[in-house]
Design a protein around this ligand. Structure first.
Ligand SMILES: C[S@@+](CC[C@H](N)C(=O)[O-])C[C@H]1O[C@@H](n2cnc3c(N)ncnc32)[C@H](O)[C@@H]1O
Ligand code: SF4
Length: 333
């Protein structure tokens, strides 16, 4: 699948739930959240069918996200069915990490069970190592569980483990160096992400915004020059740098300040309520659940995918006219 601007789509990001056990300030509002009724969420069967169709159109990587994907019932059963879809050679999950260490029915950790099901990449959100600040940002005092979750992912030998930190001025500025050291001690990739205006949340204004260039400068003051590694890629939008004198890579995701951010975009998103979104930073979304439930054939669903890709914008419009229509928790990041 290729769009009008030459973006080649090989990566489908699939949200399987809008529910979450945390309440991150930048992702959803604090007040009581109304979750989608169950019947408005794609069943696993429906989701697997759409993934299969996407792979027949050239998608080879899927990342399962949410909300918090590990809160959905029988999520392991879903993961176990993914590798049977021909054409998938990369299965990832984005998680807040809180449930990775939890024992599953046969006694192994969730992380080990995911690994056994074929998951080869895990992105774990970690904005701070300060327990109080963690609770303030996420609305939950779960930092100890997340740290256990990271250990469990490492213990399960998941080949690619990335830690993701959303930068917020005044909230986790003091955590840049501790997070780099934490990742170095464990041999994990750390990525810093610019705050994006994707939800109706009070924290998403200029005063909280910390650009990646500033984060990089601060790290350079401490660690010395960061050496760009333009050829190091993990299939995502991050620019990687190596810390001088170390075999450590740090990624920077500058969705707001990097003007070339969208050039290498290879993604399509499927929300848990069955909308295909050609771009995270655009209000455009197309209701594939409706046609699926109306009895569409595989050929018709393929046509639908191709039409959506045809309408993928050249770049996101966060910087210009973006009006958040949907909270991040309901898109899947
Ligand atoms: C929506 S979450 C879903 C997966 C999982 N619950 C988690 O937290 O990793 C996916 C990613 O989006 C990021 N995110 C959420 N809201 C954001 C925002 N406004 N700006 C930038 N990143 C955001 C989170 O930090 C997380 O890394
Ligand atoms: S960022 Fe992840 S953990 Fe935080 S509220 Fe959103 S979905 Fe939940």
């Amino acid at each position: 699948m290729e769009d009008r601007y030459g973006h080649r789509i090989s990566y489908l990001r699939v949200s399987i739930t809008d529910r979450c056990n945390e309440r991150c300030t930048y992702c959803m509002p604090r007040e009581l959240q109304e979750w989608l009724p169950r019947e408005d969420v794609l069943t696993y069967e429906e989701t697997l069918r759409l993934i299969r169709i996407a792979t027949e159109l050239g998608v080879s990587k899927v990342r399962i996200t949410g909300g918090e994907p590990l809160t959905r019932r029988d999520v392991l059963g879903f993961f176990e069915r993914l590798p049977a879809i021909e054409g998938i050679n990369d299965i990832g999950i984005s998680t807040n990490g809180t449930l990775l260490a939890r024992p599953t029915s046969n006694g192994q950790t969730m992380a080990a069970a995911l690994r056994n099901a074929g998951v080869n990449s895990v992105n774990i959100s970690l904005d701070t190592l300060d327990r109080e600040a963690y609770a303030e940002t996420t609305g939950r005092d779960y930092l100890p569980q997340v740290l256990e979750g990271i250990d469990a992912a490492m213990g399960a030998r998941i080949p690619l483990i990335k830690l993701n930190c959303v930068l917020m001025r005044g909230r986790n500025e003091d955590q840049l160096i501790p997070l780099v050291e934490f990742a170095a001690e464990r041999g994990l990739i750390l990525r810093f992400i610019e705050l994006m205006p994707v939800s109706h949340s009070d924290v998403l204004d200029e005063s909280n915004f910390l650009p990646i260039a500033e984060a990089r400068r601060r790290l350079e003051q401490h660690f010395g020059a960061l050496i760009p590694e333009p050829t190091f890629r993990t299939n995502g939008p991050s620019s990687y740098y190596r810390v001088a004198g170390r075999d450590q890579r740090i990624g920077f995701i500058g969705a707001m300040t990097n003007l070339h951010f969208c050039e290498s975009c290879n993604k399509l998103r499927l929300t848990c309520d069955g909308k295909l979104r050609p771009c995270l930073g655009s209000y455009l979304e197309f209701d594939i659940m409706k046609v699926l439930r109306a009895g569409a054939t595989d050929a018709e669903l393929k046509r639908f995918f191709l039409d959506v890709v045809e309408r993928k914008p050249e770049r996101h419009d966060f910087r210009e006219s973006y009006q958040p229509g949907r909270m991040m928790v309901a898109i899947g990041g």
